[in-house]
Design a protein around this ligand. Structure first.
Ligand code: SIN
Length: 550
């Protein structure tokens, strides 16, 4: 059975969904390799998560690293943070390519902060963040690294300076469904997209790269922008790809506390502030991280967020404080954080900064190899949407921009090497668009997830969240960007809850109050292997469980 036909069509060799660091890096590389590439974004090109990244890019530069540091040490820190679930081969492969990827980004025009002092000429400034045993994070604009990366990539894409011309951008179009040629089992043949007026378009292409970011908007309070609704994971699952480790949602420990009712995107206070010596204290002035971990305030992020959450519960307070009053030159080194603090009347030079954890990064996602290939021919994923094996149960700080740079480039090369001709596609939309999945109210999803699936989950809370979302799920009256996003969020919420429910242990970002210990029998990924016919199947962390979802 078929539904409405596309009102317009276009062709490309590669369609990239998303214009953050992974998507634009892939698009530029693909253009330079001579591919016809089209970047699709549902909003403005700079509306994704990349521009909000503060700390920087973790990389061991050949010509400017801390004495004694090495890629092997960066690998060891990444594996130590990852709670036993990262893939050592993937970690080694991706991090080893970091210096070349950063060099390529600099050639595209990104400007990083220079080191200061005698003998520093030409070197980049390095900072340290949680879980890193060395100063190896390069940054831009003090604490505006993501904004600089985004600026440079978008400028390079719009530049007519390249002999290949600017990268074609289709903004204001949400990706609705990946089209597979020859029915459900064939290779990718393109992508259905929808504009704000409800006009459907068909992009015919033998390769689609998902670079849509994560699903932080599942939670009421997050560092992520409104666009982070899990669209890419939902698209991939509905197209038959596999996702894993979705239960590992990383909460950043130091997000500016702006009041009890704060919802949506909240300002980050970069971990680099702690890298420069700031410490976390509770409302009584007691250190939060003393005795919690050998690295104290620079422990891996999951450890710090869990400790802050426990301290908030023990003290009955809503925020702890980041004391940066001893740091010289705060406003110059951290202008973005300074501006956010100033906006709520906090002067970091004089006042401890009120902070609390908020959803920040999705460690799991669409299962890919280190070149961005999913299990579906022609479907690729890179960046936060993907689970490449780099992050495991807890991502090491500032490894995400690096992953986007490395895997974005590699994915473009993989597409170029595997390019096939156009494929025969159906001329009209499959009547069961969105795979038969229906949305629940976004606000309800966010409240249910924040109550039942944040740091400190238990079986009863996870089940209650799932029941509440299922009860609120109802067929949508029509197709719109909001329906596409809410359907993705509903699918993702149920997937996170199902994966978290089967993992009856605590590991990395997944903290269960009813199973507080790490259990070696669960040292493997949960694989979300199917989502057709309104049912999710979670396999791997425990016995297979199928969960029907309305
Ligand atoms: C931060 O600056 O603290 C965030 C960096 C990251 O998420 O990797």
């Amino acid at each position: 059975m078929t539904g409405p036909a596309a009102t317009w069509e276009a062709r490309a060799d590669l369609v990239v969904v998303g214009s953050g660091v992974a998507g634009m890096t892939a698009a530029l590389e693909a253009r330079d390799l001579g591919l016809r590439v089209l970047v699709v974004t549902k909003d403005d090109a700079d509306a994704g998560s990349t521009r909000w990244a503060q700390g920087g890019i973790a990389v061991v530069l050949e010509d400017g690293h801390e004495p004694g540091d090495s890629v092997d040490r960066h690998v060891a820190d990444t594996l130590a943070a990852a709670g036993g679930l990262a893939d050592p081969a993937a970690v080694g492969s991706i991090l080893a390519d970091g210096p070349a990827a950063v060099a390529a980004l600099r050639r595209r025009g990104a400007v990083f902060d220079p080191a200061e002092g005698v003998g520093a000429a030409g070197a980049l400034a390095l900072t340290r963040e949680g879980g890193h045993t060395a100063f190896r994070v390069v940054h831009a604009g003090g604490d505006a690294t993501g904004a600089e990366v985004e600026r440079a990539l978008l400028a390079a894409a719009s530049s007519a300076g390249s002999s290949a011309g600017p990268v074609a951008m289709l903004t204001g179009h949400v990706a609705v469904e990946v089209v597979r040629a020859g029915g459900d089992r064939g290779p990718v043949g393109g992508l259905w997209v929808l504009d704000d007026t409800g006009r459907l378009g068909l992009l015919r292409a033998p390769a689609v790269l998902l670079a849509t970011g994560g699903y932080g908007q599942l939670f009421a309070s997050t560092t992520n922008p409104d666009t982070a609704t899990g669209d890419g994971v939902a698209l991939a699952l509905r197209a038959g790809a596999v996702a894993a480790d979705l239960e590992f949602v990383q909460f950043h420990p130091t997000v500016l506390y702006t009041g009890p009712g704060a919802r949506g995107r909240r300002p980050l206070v970069t971990e680099a502030v702690r890298g420069h010596g700031a410490v976390l204290v509770d409302s009584a002035g007691h250190r939060v991280m003393a005795g919690e971990h050998p690295l104290e305030d620079l422990a891996p992020r999951d450890v710090v967020s869990a400790a802050v959450t426990r301290r908030l519960a023990a003290t009955g307070t809503r925020c702890v404080y980041l004391d940066a009053t001893a740091l010289p030159g705060f406003a110059r080194r951290f202008p973005t954080v300074f501006a956010a603090c100033s906006a709520i009347g906090v002067d970091p030079a004089a006042d401890p900064i009120p902070v609390s954890p908020a959803a920040h990064y999705c460690c799991g996602g669409v299962v890919t190899d280190v070149d961005g290939r999913t299990g579906v021919a022609g479907l690729y994923a890179a960046g936060e949407v993907a689970r490449s094996g780099l992050h495991g149960a807890n991502r090491l700080a500032s490894n995400s921009l690096l992953e986007g740079l490395v895997v974005g480039r590699r994915a473009a090369r993989a597409v170029a090497g595997e390019l096939t001709g156009p494929r025969r596609l159906p001329a009209a939309v499959d009547a069961v668009l969105l795979g038969g999945w229906a949305p629940a109210d976004r606000d309800l999803v966010q409240r249910a997830m924040s109550r039942g699936a944040a740091i400190g989950r238990d079986g009863a809370g996870l089940a209650a969240a799932s029941d509440a979302i299922e009860a609120a799920t109802a067929p949508a009256p029509g197709l719109s960007r909001a329906v596409v996003e809410d359907t993705a969020m509903t699918l993702l919420a149920q997937a996170v809850l199902a994966a978290a429910g089967t993992r009856t242990e605590s590991r990395g970002c997944h903290v269960r109050t009813d199973f507080p210990r790490t259990d070696d029998t669960y040292q493997r990924s949960s694989l979300l292997v199917g989502c057709s016919g309104g049912a999710l199947t979670v396999r791997g962390a425990a016995d297979e469980q199928t969960q029907g979802v309305a």
